[in-house]
Design a protein around this ligand. Structure first.
Ligand code: 6PG
Length: 291
């Protein structure tokens, strides 16, 4: 396990895709990131399970509930190993929300809720009322507003708020796409540049990754979370992991570099970490680490 400081320090503005420029900005200051590299994907999944267990215990001790946000894609496979059959986790206190979701029926093979239910949720003793799924059959703008309403309806004892009124999710689990997207926040898109703190969930109408209609938590919501873990397993993630951790991009070009909560961890296996030059991190502390 290697822990280090990772800090995109640029305040330069990113390019826009519109006639209106989009302003992306890396906040000033350094960021503490823990990078966990495991031998293989099953050890990474077990390490992720231990991390989730710790976060769950800490949240239940501090406010009597644990709110965890899930993403879709390959993350769900790791969560099966991490979470199924764990008698040491008090699932009755959990609330599951989705960091992003596709605007499709729950029965669609594209539904993250549907996939999470089949792979995981039906095997965990979490009360159904504590799994917040997208409302089916709505236009995507309404689906986003409705989903934000579900989050707003959670009492502050379950989902505390920051002084600015953002929700403090206990743990957000993110995958990362080859283009550096997280949740459904894609490179150089207006939704990724969104900074308004009163909108928690945005509609996405033309996602570059199908299906095209999605809803997503905003970057300010991800960054207000108590903790975020980015999970990237397998050699197909090696390139984006290296870019994210060692090469400073123009702000907005690699959304994963805009994820800056107070506690950030990466969960990698050796295959995903194979392009990292961790032994050089002691010398080159700041972004960009690449020469
Ligand atoms: C989605 C996701 C998305 C995902 C990444 C990584 O709906 O597509 O929520 O953000 O986590 O694309 O997915 P993979 O790990 O499957 O590549």
């Amino acid at each position: 396990m290697t822990s280090d400081t990772v800090a995109p320090l640029s305040t330069s503005k990113g390019p826009g895709i519109d006639i209106h420029p989009l302003y992306f900005q890396y906040p000033a200051g350094e960021l503490d990131v823990t990078v966990n590299v495991y031998e293989n994907d099953s050890e990474a999944a077990s390490g992720l399970g231990a991390m989730i267990e710790d976060a769950s215990k800490a949240a239940i001790n501090s406010h009597g509930a644990f709110v965890i946000a899930l993403s879709g894609g390959s993350l769900l496979r790791a969560l099966q190993t991490a979470l199924i059959g764990r008698a040491d986790i008090d699932y009755s206190k959990w609330t599951i929300v989705f960091a992003d979701e596709r605007n499709v029926p729950h029965s669609s093979p594209d539904s993250t809720y549907g996939a999470a239910y089949e792979a995981l949720l039906r095997k965990l003793p979490i009360p159904a009322s504590q799994v917040l799924a997208i409302r089916e059959g709505l236009p995507v703008e309404h689906a986003a507003t409705h989903y934000a309403g579900l989050l707003l309806d959670l009492p502050a004892s379950t989902l505390p708020r920051t002084p600015e009124g953002l929700p403090i999710i206990d743990l957000v689990l993110l995958g990362v796409g080859p283009d550096g997207h997280v949740a459904s926040l894609f490179p150089n898109r207006p939704e990724t540049a969104h900074t308004c703190t009163s909108t928690w969930v945005l509609p996405i109408k033309s996602s570059p990754k199908p299906p095209s209609e999605r809803i997503t938590l905003t970057m300010p919501v991800l960054n207000a979370s108590k903790e975020v873990a980015i999970v990237a397993l397998g050699d197909s993630k090696a390139e984006v992991v290296q870019r994210a951790l060692e090469v400073q991009s123009l702000p907005g070009a690699l959304p994963v570099q805009l994820v800056r909560p107070s506690k950030l961890s990466w969960v990698l296996d050796k295959a995903a970490a194979e392009n990292l030059r961790v032994n050089e991190w002691q010398e080159i502390k700041k972004f960009p680490r690449s020469t």
